[in-house]
Design a protein around this ligand. Structure first.
Ligand SMILES: Nc1ncnc2c1ncn2[C@@H]1O[C@H](COP(=O)(O)OP(=O)(O)OP(=O)(O)O)[C@@H](O)[C@H]1O
Ligand SMILES: N[C@@H](CCO)C(=O)O
Length: 361
């Protein structure tokens, strides 16, 4: 007899053009984590009592060490914050991940959300959604992906400006994710005192999104680490560029929710001067894609942008999905040195966020 938890977390596309670190859309592509514990399971002194298996995207490249794997490492952090040193003994965790890694579809955000929900489930912590978001934000320092993955739909979010580490200056929020992960791993290995997240760090609002809109995602077959794409951004911006984005973002928050989406209104509202211009050199074909396709020459298209930190291209559309995908892919095909191989996924924007279903057998 065991208790099973089936956790489902959607992929997400962050930014949606001007909403850098603000906006996220949840998409019909999932990370699934099945966890099984015995009903009378007890905390165990050793991490070896948890078994992890993984199938799906990049199945050979991820660590199955519970202290290194992002899902279980996050779960351990949340358990430790709540006075539980380990997973219950024995715990088996089976991960099935359909979200490509390092492509701008929120794979790390989904892993972090799954880890928080996993801890909540196996530790019977009773965390509210708001508290879960606090934990997520201690790991993934920008709220756009995790908020959308947690609550679903078209989501705007902001962070309260606090020192999330409890003892590290807030400026470390800007360290690269690779460095941050190294620091967190060292801290975990040294079994330092675990810092509880401050309460209510992240705030979000679900916005309207017309059910007619689908996400055409063109996924280049190379990874781009978010840390690398963030390192390409400048330290300061011209007022004109910030105003350019603010104007568009304000319009975008409402434009996607209209019953009949206005293609040119959305197309212009998805332009950006804060992150995409600085990431062009990392994604061959991106400049041409953003410059070439518009609602006049590409019927059905509403708007086009880099998905998250890239390299995936997100085209929001109401019709002619396959034709739009073919046009974007052809730009990647024509890139020098044999082109850039891509995959195409037509995804729904899902209004349901993460779920956790409990069953006994
Ligand atoms: N299911 C998973 N299990 C364990 N680790 C994962 C999982 N998914 C992602 N990761 C970790 O997150 C890394 C990718 O994170 P990164 O932030 O670079 O890209 P992304 O989240 O896919 O893109 P974006 O943040 O732009 O949407 C992977 O290399 C891996 O270390
Ligand atoms: N807002 C983030 C999303 C990627 O996780 C970025 O563009 O860097």
């Amino acid at each position: 007899m065991g208790i099973n938890y089936a956790i489902n977390v959607p992929a997400t596309s962050a930014n949606i053009g001007p909403g850098f670190d603000v906006m996220g859309l949840s998409l019909s592509l999932y990370l699934t984590v099945n966890a099984c514990i015995e009903p009378d399971a007890q905390p165990s002194p050793s991490t070896s009592n948890i078994t992890i298996s993984y199938e799906g995207e990049n199945s050979s490249g991820l660590s199955l060490d519970p202290r290194a794997n992002l899902i279980t490492r996050t779960a351990l952090y949340v358990l430790e914050c709540n006075g539980l040193k380990q997973f219950p003994h024995p715990t088996t965790v089976c991960v099935n991940n359909r979200i490509p890694l390092g492509r701008g579809l929120g794979s790390s955000g989904a892993a972090v959300v799954a880890g928080v929900i996993l801890a909540d489930a196996v530790g019977s912590l009773g965390l509210t959604q708001q508290r879960m978001l606090d934990y997520c934000l201690m790991i993934e320092h920008h709220p756009d992906n995790v908020a959308a993955a947690l609550v679903g739909g078209f989501v705007a979010s902001y962070l309260i400006d606090v020192d999330r580490s409890g003892n590290v200056p807030a400026s470390e929020a800007d360290e690269t994710e690779v460095l941050r992960r190294e620091r967190e791993q060292k801290a975990a290995a040294a079994d330092e005192n675990v810092k509880l997240p401050p309460e209510n760090i992240g705030h979000f609002l679900r916005l309207g999104c017309s059910p007619k809109i689908k996400a055409v995602t063109i996924i280049p077959q190379f990874e781009l680490a978010t840390s690398k794409a963030r390192a390409a951004l400048p330290g300061s911006y011209k007022t004109h560029d910030v105003v350019f984005n603010l104007q568009r973002l304000a319009v975008l928050t409402t434009a996607l929710g209209r019953d009949t989406p206005d293609p040119w209104l959305i197309y212009r509202a998805m332009e950006d001067k804060v992150h995409q211009p600085y990431r062009m050199h990392l994604i061959p074909g991106l400049p041409e894609i953003l410059k070439t396709f518009n609602p006049d020459n590409t019927p059905g298209l509403l708007g086009i942008c880099l998905s998250g930190a890239g390299p995936t291209i997100l085209a929001l559309a109401v019709d002619n999905f396959d034709q739009i995908a073919a046009k974007i892919r052809s730009v990647f095909d024509r890139q020098p040195n044999g082109g850039v191989a891509t995959e195409y996924k037509l995804l729904d924007i899902v209004s349901e966020g993460s779920t956790c279903e409990k069953t006994s057998n």
